[in-house]
Design a protein around this ligand. Structure first.
Ligand code: URA
Length: 241
């Protein structure tokens, strides 16, 4: 059970340098259980702690694990070129503690995007070796026919790839809609696979990573913490959606 001085505790949660956190506390902007704590050196039990900064509640997290429902029009980059950054959708303390997205979605792709500041976790989930399945709802320009589905499942050859890439799953859910599961995370992979199969992606939404599905009640642009069950689901086989 970590006991930390309040100043260090806030610093660990992304609220600024230790000096900035000390100022925040001394100015009476930090409360615990409804009581303002203005002593930066008060020792606090961090595990399970709920604290408020400027009236907003935070739960102490040793490491940050979160999901965002990415809207279209945002780039997965700290230095976006043409659009806003997905990091602008997260509150400052999360950026302050250095969360990074697990892989990237294109600017026009929507849906489930995960973030963490746990380097080992980021590597484990995003590394190609782990083969974590990602499910995309693809809206195609033309009706998706059986031949295209068969081609996606059998494997399509993409330029710059040594061997054909096969979808791990492909289910038609509408005349122009499929749920496509891929285990890799190559550049524009879904768009290029669908094009190679003879169609074209008009809209792309990631609906699941591993067994973790995008919650129906998480509005575009909103984020939430992942709990222990979410983390288990992430490591389990692909979610049916
Ligand atoms: N495949 C794509 O083509 N784009 C994405 O954003 C994700 C997967």
């Amino acid at each position: 059970m970590p006991r930390l001085q309040l100043e260090r505790l806030l610093h660990s949660q992304g609220f600024g340098s230790r000096k900035e956190c000390r100022v925040l506390i001394r100015r009476g902007r930090v409360a615990i259980a409804g009581e303002t704590v203005d002593d930066p050196f008060r020792e606090i039990e961090a595990d399970g702690l709920v604290f408020a900064v400027d009236g907003e509640d935070w739960i102490w997290q040793a490491k940050a694990y979160l999901m965002l429902n990415k809207p279209a029009g945002y780039e997965c980059s700290h230095q976006p070129k043409h659009h806003a950054s997905v990091y602008a959708l997260l509150p400052p303390p999360l950026n302050g503690r250095g969360v990074q997205s697990l892989g990237r979605l294109d600017e026009d792709t929507t849906g489930l995007l995960l973030f963490s500041d746990d380097g080992q976790f980021i590597h484990a989930i995003s590394s190609g070796k782990r083969k974590v399945p990602k499910i995309y709802r693809v809206t195609a320009k033309h009706a998706v026919d059986d031949g295209q589905i068969a081609a996606l499942l059998a494997g399509v050859q993409l330029a710059d790839e040594p061997a054909p890439l096969a979808a791990a799953g492909c289910e038609r859910v509408g005349e122009r809609e499929i749920l496509l599961t891929v285990n890799e995370g190559r550049y524009h992979q879904v768009k290029r696979m669908v094009a190679a199969a003879g169609n074209r992606v008009e809209a792309l939404c990631r609906v699941a990573v591993g067994g973790l599905a995008l919650p129906a009640d998480l509005a575009p642009g909103k984020w939430r913490w992942l709990d222990a069950d979410d983390l288990d689901r992430l490591r389990s086989p692909a979610a049916a959606s």
